[in-house]
Design a protein. Structure first.
Lengths: 140, 140
DNA sequence: ACAAATTTGCAACTTAGTTGCAAATGTATC
DNA sequence: GATACATTTGCAACTAAGTTGCAAATTTGT
């Protein structure tokens, strides 16, 4: 299982034409296993004894962003959150739901958000992201 | 005109049962005149010679947030952006559009975003915010 | 004008993220 | 697997954004 994620991470990096380094494999592995957007320090925490400098983690995320493998999530928090660009179309990312009671964030990957049409008063819309707030099943 | 904004700001503060202080009037005035979400330092810049400590500005925004007069905008920037809760319904804020070419952000106040229905797999959705990306009229 | 409640400013601090550069690692080629 | 070149890494020092605690100042209701 563990090895599988590693292999998958390596394949992904290779096909994105990125140098396949220990740090990148480790970060990508964590993102592959994650079910929600993570902050730099959360990623660092999940690295366990494989320690990488925070700047390395930031730069890895930056590289993954550049090739479109990773997206930033827009949450009501000070730190940036990153996640694999999964369950996303070219024009729309899956919505993120944050519970106003417990504060936890969930990816609503199966939810269909109506898309806005391509142009509006001269604005050419390429991408759409939705943030939802309310009560999660545990708090409702 | 100037005086009108002041009066308006005072009235708003009064009806929100907030202490009507010079700092709050000044910040609210700026938000009333603004056509897009502003950062703390942008507000400070627009205060001109009326100087207030940044913490005062932050706390003012915090007070206005608490009574629902102000919202945070979700943009791809490090600093938080605040705007008056205008052109917003209880359940949905107007979308923010950021141009990927010039970087400017616009409020698309007249745009109707389809609302997600109330509940989804146990998630009770109260509020929805949309972020759009693409090319603005000037860059398209 | 007074007392109580609230807000303000300051200085010091935390947290998130960035810079520059030399050392280390990865990749392609022989 | 050694070489040369390109890219990435780690460090230390830094910037930017936002927060804290508290005493002094301001606002409000009476």
């Amino acid at each position: 299982m563990s090895a599988n994620f590693d292999l998958q991470a390596r394949r992904i990096l290779k096909s994105a034409k990125l140098y396949c380094t220990a740090g990148r494999v480790a970060v990508l592995r964590i993102l592959l296993k994650a079910d929600k957007p993570l902050r730099q320090d959360e990623i660092a925490g999940r690295l366990g004894k494989k320690r990488f400098d925070k700047i390395t983690i930031y730069r890895t995320l930056e590289s993954l962003l550049e090739v479109g493998l990773v997206h930033k999530a827009f949450l009501d928090e000070r730190a940036r959150h990153f996640e694999l660009a999964r369950n996303c179309s070219e024009t729309q990312c899956h919505p993120h739901f944050t519970c106003t009671s417990c504060g936890k964030t969930h990816c609503l990957t199966e939810m269909a958000i109506p898309k806005v049409k391509g142009t509006h008063k001269g604005f050419l819309i390429h991408r759409q992201q939705t943030r939802l707030e309310g009560l999660c099943p545990a708090c409702a």
